[in-house]
Design a protein around this ligand. Structure first.
Ligand code: MF3
Ligand code: CO
Length: 257
C-alpha cells in the first residue's frame, strides 16, 4: 500500500473542477463541429487556443514536460489514424476516412480539466466505427465502476473486458490518472488489470479515465518528435477521456458540456 497519496477534493473544489472541465467539453464540442476533410490539425489547435483565451483559462498541455522531453508545444494533442496519443498539431490535412483523437487540458482557478474524444472525418470504415464505439463504451464501463467501496482495478477490468471481448487491445504504455491542482496526481489508472497499486475508491477522488484502444497490437512506438506515439503495426487507435468525481451519489462526469 501507498505508492502515493490520493488528494481528496471537497465539494467546492469539485465544483471548480466541473467548471474547468466544462470549458474543456465546450472546446471538444466546437472542434467536433469543425472536424472534416480539408481542415488541418493546426487549425483545430487554434480553435482551442482562442476558446481557452476567451474563457480566461490557461492551456494545461502547452509547455508540459514529462521526462527530459522537449516541452509540449500546443494546446491540444491531435492523433490521426495509427497515432495513439500526443500527436502534435500542425500542417497535416484531415481526409475523408481518417479518425482524429483530440485531447485538451485547461487550468481554471488553479484546477486542471482534461478530456479527449476521437472523431470520424466524414465517412469512415465500418471497422473504424466499431473501434470508436467500443472505445467510448469502454470508458463508460469504467466510469460505472467509479463508486465508493470499489477498487481502482474494478475500473481497469471493466475497460479491458469490454475492449478485448470485441477483439481490440488496450494500450499498456499510457494510463489514466488522478487529477486536481496538477494534471497528473496519484493514482495511475491502467486500462488493464494485474499491475500496480489497487486502492479502494473514496468519495472526493477525481480521476481522469482514458482508455486508448488499438485495432491490432497494443504495442506502440514513439516517433522522433519525442511525443507522438503510434501503433507498432500501423493499425488504427482511438482515445476517449473523461474527468470524473467519485461521489456518494455515484460517478459524476465533469467533462460534459
Ligand atoms: N490526457 C493526456 C494526459 O493525461 C494529455 C497530456 S498531453 C501533454 O497525459 F502534453 F500535456 F503531456
Ligand atoms: Co489525461
Amino acid at each position: 500500500m501507498k505508492p502515493g497519496m490520493i488528494i481528496l477534493k471537497t465539494k467546492k473544489e469539485i465544483e471548480i473542477m466541473r467548471e474547468a472541465n466544462r470549458i474543456v467539453a465546450q472546446i471538444l464540442e466546437r472542434i467536433g463541429e469543425a472536424v472534416g476533410p480539408g481542415i488541418t490539425t493546426g487549425e483545430l489547435d487554434a480553435i482551442a487556443e482562442k476558446m481557452i483565451r476567451k474563457a480566461k483559462a490557461r492551456a494545461a498541455f502547452k509547455g508540459y514536460q514529462m521526462r527530459n522531453q522537449t516541452p509540449y508545444p500546443a494546446c491540444v494533442c491531435s492523433s490521426v489514424n495509427d497515432e495513439v496519443v500526443h500527436g502534435i498539431p500542425g500542417p497535416r490535412v484531415l481526409n475523408e476516412g481518417d479518425i482524429v483523437s483530440i485531447d485538451v487540458g485547461v487550468v481554471h482557478k488553479g484546477f486542471v480539466g482534461d478530456a479527449a474524444r476521437t472523431y470520424p472525418v466524414a465517412t469512415i470504415s465500418e471497422q473504424a466505427v466499431k473501434l470508436l464505439n467500443v472505445t467510448r463504451e469502454s470508458l463508460h464501463k469504467g466510469i460505472e465502476q467509479a463508486v465508493p467501496g470499489n477498487r481502482l482495478h474494478d475500473i481497469s477490468a471493466a475497460v479491458q473486458k469490454h475492449v478485448e471481448s470485441h477483439g481490440f487491445s488496450v494500450v499498456r504504455d499510457f494510463v489514466g490518472h488522478g487529477i486536481g491542482r496538477n494534471m497528473h496526481e496519484p493514482p495511475q489508472i491502467p486500462n488493464y488489470t494485474g499491475v500496480g497499486w489497487n486502492p479502494r475508491l473514496k468519495t472526493g477522488m477525481v480521476l481522469a479515465l482514458e482508455p486508448m484502444v488499438n485495432e491490432g497490437t497494443w504495442r506502440i512506438k514513439l516517433l522522433d518528435d519525442e511525443w507522438t506515439a503510434v501503433t507498432a503495426d500501423g493499425k488504427l487507435s482511438a482515445h476517449f477521456e473523461h474527468s470524473i468525481a467519485v461521489t456518494d451519489n455515484g460517478p459524476l462526469i465533469l467533462s460534459e458540456p
